[in-house]
Design a protein around this ligand. Structure first.
Ligand code: GLY
Ligand code: MN
Ligand code: MN
Length: 449
């Protein structure tokens, strides 16, 4: 694996201290507002499959990962009291059935008072004595693991922490650049596998090999879609056999570094020029939207603006006819582009807080008719978000236009032409800046090729 992705990377180590100060500051604020003196952040516990003795892949509490880059460490706690060195209660069981977490090592260790425990009950003595003054952040399927802390995930604190996570620290940006770079290598390998005529399953394997992730290490299930499968927005089947004719390839796949995700989509044509030209046109559209990203912009406006641009592309491509406003109002663009323009990205692929207007938790709903928009905030510098416009032939949605004014705005012959290709989505990960944004994805591809 690329040494830059290890937690010995000195460049990340140099940024981590300042990151931790930001994390502490937001917890200081959350504690003050919640009227508490200590916060206990629990990493989580593995979940058993129903009626079984096997566990689902462990997914750590994202708040824990925000403190310390340990994504595979259940039954552990960060215990923080403002003004004091945070304590990391590090669970290292004596277990001969599984590989146990190694000894604490990496650029983060010096910043914590690390206490290794081998039994979950030993955590109790490392928690502040006065549990009344504690809040706990985490998922406690077994409440005994909160050791008597009653205030679990209080809304006041959670809202503050979620809102703050929208803006990334310098360390987080550095890690996310690496996550983009890691995924870009996977995308290049996947494109080569597609060009070789391999089936979805083999393309997926080529991707995982290139990013050095197992399936459960991927930030989300890879979408590896040949031909019409590209129209299934969350297509995660992996056909073992190639289709008789390979026409197109849509891949939505990310990678993670220290628990931070990338989320990237590309679409390719095999031979068809008309489809290749439509991809190129969507690529220009996507870059146009990216260029509009800057601090102060309301993401809802970007989303609605993207619908206007999609309307233009639909007309140019002969898929629809009419004025952009009419195509929006009649629901034509929503039938071809039925998901949100994008979302916040970070520890979670769909990072929390996308609808929060403020740290008090005021919610801004998506615009009417656009229920799937996951980001409605006014953009701030150093937010990281995706821009992912698409057009698809989803018959279930297009059929709804029949019998309505929209029907006459659709060129159904062109829809029949596009259907066998599924759809097109282009998705980049973008850092908001005062002016021109940083495109983590394009930069990563440029470095990789
Ligand atoms: N890969 C999921 C998404 O793009 O939101
Ligand atoms: Mn996305
Ligand atoms: Mn995606």
């Amino acid at each position: 694996m690329n040494a830059n992705y290890s937690d010995d990377n000195p460049a990340l180590g140099a940024l981590y201290g300042a990151h931790l100060e930001s994390v502490k500051a937001r917890h200081d604020h959350a504690l003050e507002q919640a009227g508490a003196s200590h916060v206990v952040v629990f990493s989580g516990s593995p979940k058993l499959a129903f009626l079984d003795d096997y566990y689902h892949p462990f997914k750590a509490n994202p708040h824990f990962v925000g403190w310390v880059p340990l994504t595979a460490l259940p039954f552990s706690y960060v215990v923080y009291t403002p003004g004091e060195t945070p304590v990391l209660v590090y669970y290292q069981p004596r277990d001969y059935w599984h590989v146990v977490p190694g000894s604490p090592s990496g650029y983060w260790t010096d910043h914590f008072d690390v206490r290794v425990i081998s039994d979950t009950n030993e955590a109790a003595v490392h928690l502040p004595e006065d549990r009344e003054k504690c809040i706990a952040i985490g998922e406690f399927d077994d409440e005994s693991l909160a050791f008597g802390i009653d205030r679990i995930n209080p809304t006041t604190a959670i809202n503050i922490l979620h809102f703050a996570r929208g803006v990334k620290t310098g360390y987080e940006l550095a890690v996310m650049r690496l996550a983009a770079e890691r995924a870009a290598a996977g995308h290049l390998a996947a494109e080569a596998a597609f060009r070789d005529g391999l089936p979805e399953f083999e393309i997926h394997r080529a991707y995982c090999q290139a990013v050095s992730h197992t399936d459960s290490e991927l930030p989300y299930g890879n979408i590896v879609a040949l031909n019409e499968h590209g129209a299934v927005l969350h297509y995660t089947d992996l056909d073992r056999q190639p289709p008789a004719e390979i026409r197109s390839f849509l891949i939505d796949a990310g990678a993670q570094v220290h628990g931070y995700a990338s989320d990237i989509t590309r679409t390719y044509a095999k031979d068809d020029r008309r489809f290749a030209e439509l991809i190129a046109r969507m690529d220009r559209l996507e870059l146009d939207v990216v260029s509009q990203v800057h601090a102060g912009v309301d993401y809802r406006d970007l989303h609605i603006g993207a619908h206007g641009l999609i309307a233009e592309v639909l007309v140019e491509a002969g898929l629809a006819r009419g004025q952009p406003d009419t195509l929006l109002e009649t629901g034509v663009t929503a039938a071809f582009f039925p998901h949100g323009l994008g979302h916040l990205l970070g520890i979670q692929v769909h990072d929390v807080g996308g609808h929060q207007q403020d740290e008090a938790g005021t919610i801004v709903d998506p615009p009417s008719g656009h229920p799937f928009l996951r980001l409605t905030r006014v953009l701030e510098e150093d937010m990281v978000l995706t821009i992912e416009p698409g057009i698809y032939v989803i018959d279930m949605l297009l059929e709804n236009l029949r019998g309505a004014p929209a029907e006459s705005h659709v060129n159904w012959d062109a829809v029949d032409w596009l259907r066998p290709y599924g759809g097109i989505r282009i998705e980049d990960d973008v850092r908001v800046m005062a002016d021109t944004p940083e495109n983590l994805t394009r930069d990563a591809f440029a470095r990789a090729s």
